[in-house]
Ligand binder design. Structure first.
Ligand code: ATP
Ligand code: MG
Length: 470
């Protein structure tokens, strides 16, 4: 009996103690000298929240991505708190606290300070029941009772080991349930439990895997990576709005180019954005498009990494531009005139995109505005330049045009002209317009002229511009 037991222990896979279903052990308590989290990177408000909850007798920790980022030495962009207090109990403790969500209620605690208000998201430890809500009848009460769980269960529900660590600012201790610290040292992204099962439960986790790998530079553990090739198609079962949110996070991660390469390597890009299909599949054929998108993404990454804002409309306008340009050129070849050809192409591009992942309306109107401004940059006489300058989205349209110049798809002289025009005084502006009359090479930027120019000269990657400002 004893020998059988010993044999079984020896046969055990060393990873088994981390597995989803079997894991029942206590967490590893990681002291400050091992995790080296710098308390200066903590949000004072998040600490206030854990402190207030702990003073009221509850358990409370900073959790999830914030702990991962802190352990990496990065200042988290937002802070989540997990507690054993119920949402109602949490709400009673804070002045500005709002209950959010129906099935799984969480509390948003808002703090007003000098800058933008900070929201700390407080969630109650959740139970391990898969799709807990579905197990329960209509009654809200039963539902709620079933949803809350222990901290240990809450940890097992999370996606990656490095996202399942709990930090207590009071003791500066990390509770590590799934070997997250060891994975951090190994620079490994590892799904908690059986990865295939976890991806089936929620296919978005495949995209999260790619995003976090790009952001942290970590490698996906083999067992975490392998099922993605087979299960990738499940992504299309995810409701479009959720998929859109996740793709937006991926593009706005500050590591979008790396993440898109990751999507391609994992075969996950199909049907998400048409441009990813053409560009990532046929590298040489769409060299110009590839250059444009690469530059746009490098530009976005640079802005995000240096803490600047990026508009999602601008970003999607760049991602769909190669597709739009192709449609525009085709319409012109069919005999349509420039502007109607552009508008028709915009409709086509958006319709094709919507068959994959629908881009939210509010971004769609920004995209249309940026696109339809493009031919207007070529009209450099009379009132036209002044009117363009007054458009509310001028800056975005101008930045977009500069990106086109940087890849040689638009004549760089046009970008230079506008840069001077914006800075010039009224007399200088008049002089620039007079000069434009003579240097106007007839459709400086129309797609046919641009296509000819592209054939003549090799597009080059220039330094990312200061684009994308909203
Ligand atoms: P970031 O906010 O930097 O994008 P994050 O890890 O904080 O990264 P969130 O979406 O804010 O990501 O989620 C917070 C935490 O909730 C995660 O760290 C993870 O523990 C858990 N989580 C989020 N989404 C899932 C999911 N789809 N499956 C399992 N756990 C998840
Ligand atoms: Mg987060």
């Amino acid at each position: 009996m004893i020998t059988k037991f010993i044999k079984r222990i020896l046969r055990r896979d060393p990873m088994e103690r981390h597995t989803y279903a079997n894991h029942t052990g206590a967490p590893k308590r990681v002291p400050k000298k091992s995790h080296r989290i710098d308390p200066h990177l903590l949000s004072k408000n998040a600490v206030k929240v854990t402190h207030t909850l702990q003073q009221a007798g509850y358990e409370a920790f900073i959790v999830g991505g914030a702990v991962r980022d802190l352990a990496l030495g990065i200042g988290p962009k937002d802070f989540d708190v997990a507690t054993n207090a119920t949402p109602e109990q949490v709400q009673k403790l804070f002045r500005k606290a709002r209950l959010i969500g129906r099935r799984f209620q969480i509390v948003h605690v808002t703090f007003f300070g000098k800058g933008a208000p900070e929201i700390i998201e407080v969630s109650t430890f959740r139970a391990l029941l898969d799709n807990a809500g579905d197990h329960v009848a209509e009654s809200g009460r039963i539902l709620r009772d079933n949803v809350w769980g222990t901290q240990h269960e809450d940890a097992a529900r999370r996606d990656f080991s490095i996202n399942a660590m709990y930090y207590d600012p009071a003791t500066e201790t990390v509770l590590d349930y799934h070997g997250g610290m060891a994975d951090m040292q190994k620079k490994t992204l590892r799904m908690i439990g059986d990865p295939a099962k976890r991806y089936r439960e929620d296919p978005i986790r495949m995209l999260r895997a790619i995003r976090f790998a790009a952001k942290t530079g970590f490698t996906l553990d083999a067992a975490t990576r392998e099922p993605i090739a087979k299960l990738g198609n499940l992504i299309h079962d995810v409701p479009s709005a959720r998929l859109f949110d996740e793709i937006l996070k991926l593009l706005m991660s500050g590591y979008s180019w790396a993440a898109i390469q990751g999507l391609r390597d994992a075969g996950l890009h199909h049907g998400l954005l048409p441009l990813l299909d053409h560009i990532l599949d046929t590298k040489t054929e769409s060299k110009g498009a590839n250059d444009f998108v690469r530059l746009a993404l490098a530009n976005t990454d640079q802005r995000i990494q240096s803490g600047k804002s990026v508009s999602a409309g601008f970003l999607f306008a760049t991602l769909l531009w190669p597709d739009l340009l192709k449609n525009w050129q085709q319409n012109i070849a069919k005999g349509m005139s420039n502007i109607p050809a552009l508008h028709d192409a915009m409709d086509d591009t958006i319709a094709t995109q919507s068959s994959g992942m629908t881009i939210q309306r509010r971004f769609e109107s920004d995209m249309r505005e940026i696109w339809s401004m493009q031919p207007r940059f070529e009209k450099r006489v009379g009132r036209y330049p002044y009117r363009l300058l007054e458009s509310p989205r001028f800056r975005a349209g101008y930045d977009f045009m500069l990106l086109r110049c940087a890849t040689g798809e638009q004549n760089p002289a046009l970008g230079e002209w506008w840069t001077k025009f914006i800075a010039a005084d009224p007399a200088g502006q008049e002089a620039l317009m007079t000069a434009a009359k003579t240097d106007n090479q007839g459709g400086l930027g129309n797609p046919q002229a641009a296509a000819k120019r592209r054939r003549r000269r090799k597009p080059k990657i220039a330094t990312p511009t200061e684009g994308a400002a909203s």
